[in-house]
Ligand binder design. Structure first.
Ligand code: FES
Length: 175
């Protein structure tokens, strides 16, 4: 048996009864990753529970718009991360997420990385939004200036123009 057929056998084995398929209602975290290499996509849902004072993965599920390898890896990964803290999951390499599959052909490595990226997307702390003062300054529009409540009353100067109906070019300021 050559390496390719051995790999195919292991994938088929993993796909015979894929685990944790579908959306997880009430999930605490959701992560999505797409592969630029093939256009495939994986979404993962994760629910946590408290165990011995630690937050650990209670359940993880996935949807895949991807190849069989990605489905097999996601199925194995969602099983093996149960009971792990987010930090422990993030410390796993792509290969460690699906140890049952053994070595993958080089063209299939990105399928494992797709699952790893979806996990990172779900579990890595999201950067805080920039504080309002860090937002780029935008000059207020004329409408903003007119509608600003803080605009001091009596500071607006209205200039009326007089127009001679017969000589509109002679419009002049009325002081
Ligand atoms: Fe794209 Fe497997 S070929 S995820």
């Amino acid at each position: 048996m050559n390496a390719d057929s051995d790999y195919q056998k292991r994938i088929e084995e993993a796909l015979r009864d894929p685990k944790n398929l579908g959306e997880l209602a009430g999930a605490d975290a959701v992560g999505t990753a797409g592969s630029a290499a093939c256009g495939d996509m994986i979404r993962l849902w994760i629910k946590f529970k408290e165990e011995a004072g630690k937050k650990v993965v209670d359940r993880a599920t996935f949807q895949s718009f991807g190849c069989e390898t990605a489905i097999a890896v996601a199925s194995l990964a969602t099983e093996m991360i149960r009971g792990k803290t987010p930090e422990e999951v993030l410390a796993l390499s792509a290969e460690e997420l699906a140890p049952g599959l053994g070595p993958l052909p080089p063209v299939k490595i990105h399928c494992t990385q797709l699952v790893e990226s979806a996990l990172r997307s779900a579990l890595e702390p999201q950067p805080a939004p920039p504080p309002p003062s860090a937002a780029p300054a935008i000059a207020p529009s004329l409408v903003d200036k007119f509608t600003q409540a803080s605009q001091p009353a009596g500071k607006l100067k209205v200039i009326l123009l007089e127009t001679d109906a017969n000589r509109p070019e002679l419009t002049r300021r009325r002081e």
